[in-house]
Design a binder for this molecule. Structure first.
Ligand SMILES: [Zn+2]
Length: 232
């Protein structure tokens, strides 16, 4: 049996190949068709989905955590975009805009991050409660291009419902902390808040890409449960 394994590139090249493009767009207003396709090598995707048992356990975990959600039917959108074991999050305690289907483990990790990473950081560092999280979305079937290896495919984790892009946090006092405006804010507390939020994400998700990674991520945090760990 042959296993698909990445070629022995130098680490930096491999990371660039693998991670450049966990996500790709410039924001919800950015024209999708003009954005470059950044993709990642994820191997034969159909073999990597969660088992029904994993999914059931994850649903149980969400219910125990008092998360309101709807299970979604498994779907094969073609072109390698397959979403299995996904949910639509309805209420995790803090409103989150723009979420569509997410694989359950991503939804579970995301909920924990918002509740135990972001919300406490807002309260402790910025002195106000988190009242809304804004996202650029989750599922998005992004083009797949051949990479020369017969058994490998390249695609974004977004095409598997396994990634979410977070753009802003809104506080009860009315402040809206965007990744774009806050990452290099003159206000040290805003910078510290985003730094803590970023570090918390890196402890929970497999791959985290921030404005530190490249210009394509200057306005959002890309969080996914694909390959990793990688934190930038
Ligand atoms: Zn992304």
């Amino acid at each position: 049996m042959r296993f698909a394994r990445p070629p022995a590139f130098p680490v930096a090249a491999l990371l660039a190949t693998t991670l450049l493009g966990g996500c790709l767009f410039g924001g919800r207003d950015a024209p999708r068709q003009s954005t470059p396709i950044h993709e990642r090598r994820s191997g034969p995707v159909t073999l990597n989905g969660p088992t029904p048992r994993d999914t059931q356990q994850c649903f149980t975990d969400l219910s125990r955590a008092q998360v309101r959600y709807s299970p979604l039917p498994d779907r094969d959108f073609g072109s390698g975009c397959i979403v299995t074991g996904a949910v639509q999050l309805l209420d995790i305690g803090v409103p989150v805009t723009g979420l569509k289907s997410m694989r359950c483990p991503l939804a579970r990790t995301f909920t924990g991050w918002v509740r135990y990473g972001v919300a406490p950081a807002a309260r402790e560092i910025l002195g106000s409660d988190l009242v809304r999280v804004e996202s650029f979305g989750t599922y998005s079937c992004r083009g797949i291009i051949g990479n020369g290896a017969a058994s490998a495919r390249k695609m974004s984790e977004h095409g598997l419902g396994n990634a979410v892009d977070i753009s802003a946090f809104v506080l009860r006092d009315g402040r809206r902390i965007t990744i774009l405006g806050g990452w290099r804010s003159p206000d040290p507390e805003v910078r510290e808040f985003l730094s803590v939020v970023h570090q918390s994400a890196c402890k929970r998700f497999r791959t985290v890409l921030s404005p530190n990674y490249n210009a394509a991520h200057q306005n959002h945090l890309h969080l996914d449960m694909g390959r990793g760990p990688f934190c930038a």
